[in-house]
Structures are given as C-alpha cells and as structure tokens.
Design a protein around this ligand. Structure first.
Ligand SMILES: [Zn+2]
Length: 136
C-alpha cells in the first residue's frame, strides 16, 4: 500500500516500515525474554551446580538484552533521521549510504568505509560511541 504522506521520500517509507517492524520484533523478543527470566527465577536452585548454571543463564540473558537494547536505540535513531531528512547520508563523509547497505542494515548510520573507521576509533578509545553516550 502506498502512503502519500511521505511524498518525495516515499522510498524511505519502505525503510521506515522495515525499521518499525524490526523494532516491534526486538521489543517482542525482549518482553518474551523478560517473561522467561521471571519463570526461571521461580526455580530455586537446589545445589551449587544449579546456582552457577542459573548465573550463567542470567549473564546470557543480560548480554542478549543489552544487544537488543542497543539495536532498539540504533533503530529509533534511524527513524529520527528519516524524520529529520538526514537518513541514508553518512555523517562522516557526507556521502549517500548505498541502497545495498541500507537494505541489509536499514539502521546503518555510516557508510561501510566510515563504519570501519569509526569502530576502530571507538575501540582505541579515541571516540565515544554517540549512542552509548546518549543513553547515560
Ligand atoms: Zn562515510
């Protein structure tokens, strides 16, 4: 179905739809994990072995959770960029991000080249991840 509201940006309307349904999917998975977590807490460990197993599962849960949370932030950032009209343009080199990349990673902030450079700079502590920073 076409939505005339987006006018000339109708091509981004597709990405918006993809991003919104992905966000929905991640939120859904987060709430399912939360439910599973509550259920597993009801099982009181009977010995040390069970206890460490439970800790391990909690760690996996938290780890998975933070990946999902990060993804949700990336997605909402991308939706904001669609609103602002800066979607699909790399903020580092100001080049258009390729359609191929956007199709694969619709929430991509940078082009492939800059993504690698930015990731390296974050790793080396030269640059603070904007998303991490914003969440504080
Ligand atoms: Zn770039």
């Amino acid at each position: 179905m076409m939505n005339a509201k987006y006018g000339t940006k109708s091509n981004f309307a597709n990405y918006r739809r993809v991003l919104e349904s992905k966000a929905e999917e991640v939120r859904d998975s987060l709430s399912k994990q939360k439910a599973a977590q509550v259920v597993s807490r009801l099982d009181i460990p009977s010995d040390e072995g069970d206890l460490s197993q439970q800790h391990h599962e909690e760690w996996l849960f938290l780890n998975r959770n933070s990946i999902d949370m990060k993804l949700l932030r990336e997605i909402s950032g991308a939706l904001k960029r669609i609103d602002l009209g800066s979607y699909g343009v790399c903020p580092e080199c100001e080049e258009d991000i390729s359609v191929k990349r956007l199709d694969a990673v619709p929430w991509a902030r940078y082009c492939v080249t800059c993504q690698d450079l930015v990731a390296t700079r974050i790793e080396e502590g030269e640059l603070v991840d904007e998303l991490e920073e914003a969440s504080r």
